[in-house]
Design a protein around this ligand. Structure first.
Ligand SMILES: NC(=O)c1ccc[n+]([C@@H]2O[C@H](COP(=O)([O-])OP(=O)(O)OC[C@H]3O[C@@H](n4cnc5c(N)ncnc54)[C@H](O)[C@@H]3O)[C@@H](O)[C@H]2O)c1
Length: 276
């Protein structure tokens, strides 16, 4: 019960890493606000937690919308009286990404495979609106959630922990398309900046930079032709994708008092990807 009595807000809690984190936090005693832009998924996560004896409720929040983020924070305060932990797991891999729409993701991924033969076209084909859409969800969304939740955290004067979800793409350009890698390296810098600004107030801010984790976002990797798939796994010393619980465990550590001397850090649960 490492989060007993704590209130946690998890953006992108409807699926994947956010859902696993919300469930893990609730199992550790937290009251969890599950926020997501896809209502069905978010409501399902909250219901799963309640069904297993935990405390959770869903609030609709489009990460790019400032008033949605403020409504999310207000919902946490009204429902549970405080915000102790924020995890920003809302994110997209590309413009138009919809979590759970496998067919659309396969279509996008198949087109991207052309860039293996002609890499410069990834730059030439890039649409500025698409670039901005990814930056908006991944970067603006992280900023807006922090702005909305930090105000009541400061007012409560009780410290707290913010965990952002970056990626190995924060540091390695090969780990995603142009907008994605740019957004994630910016999330990592934002994390360090907030860590310095909020340390005097007792609020710790850390990032998780996961490697390839088995969620909807990476499900298309299995479509690689045999030789590409072998090459893909050769870059991961542990030879497999991670599972969402492995990220939830990392988030739990950073959220809990066990990480009391961590701030401005990024942890990479990545199966050894960054050992090169
Ligand atoms: N899966 C991986 O391998 C991996 C690796 C590194 C980082 N990440 C990051 O982890 C985060 C979660 O990804 P995931 O793999 O769990 O994918 P996912 O598709 O399973 O979950 C993403 C969640 O974010 C929500 N979301 C998307 N846009 C949103 C918006 N505008 N407002 C609110 N919610 C929104 C989706 O509805 C979904 O519930 C993302 O930031 C992703 O970039 C994932």
């Amino acid at each position: 019960m490492r989060l007993e009595g704590k209130v946690a807000v998890v953006t992108g809690g409807g699926n994947g890493l956010g859902r696993a984190t919300a469930q893990r936090f609730a199992a550790e005693g937290a009251s969890v606000v599950v926020a997501d832009v896809i209502d069905d998924l978010g409501e399902e996560t909250a219901q799963m937690i309640v069904d297993s004896g935990g405390q959770a409720s869903f609030v609709h929040c489009d990460a790019v919308n400032a008033s949605d983020n403020h409504r999310m924070a207000a919902h946490a305060l009204e429902s549970y009286g405080a915000i102790d932990v924020l995890v920003t797991a809302a994110g997209v891999s590309h413009a138009g990404y919809k979590s759970g729409d496998h067919e659309a993701s396969v279509k996008w991924f198949t087109k991207r495979m052309d860039y293996v033969e002609r890499p410069a076209d990834e730059l030439l084909d890039l649409d500025l609106d698409d670039f901005r859409q990814v930056m908006a969800v991944n970067l603006d969304g992280t900023l807006l959630a922090a702005q909305a939740c930090v105000a009541p955290m400061l007012e409560a004067n009780n410290g707290g922990s913010i965990v952002t979800i970056a990626s190995i793409a924060a540091k390695h350009p090969d780990a995603g398309p142009i907008p994605y890698v740019c957004s994630k390296s910016a999330v990592w810098m934002l994390t360090k900046k907030l860590a310095r600004l909020l340390a005097p107030s007792g609020i710790r801010v850390n990032a998780i930079g996961p490697g390839y984790i088995d969620t909807h976002m990476t499900s298309m990797i299995d479509l690689f032709p045999e030789d590409r798939l072998t090459e893909f796994f050769a870059n991961i010393p542990m030879g497999r994708k991670g599972i969402p619980d492995e990220i939830a465990n990392t988030a739990l550590f950073l959220a809990s008092d066990e990480a009391s001397y961590f701030t401005g850090e990024i942890l990479h649960p990545d199966g050894g990807y960054f050992t090169e």
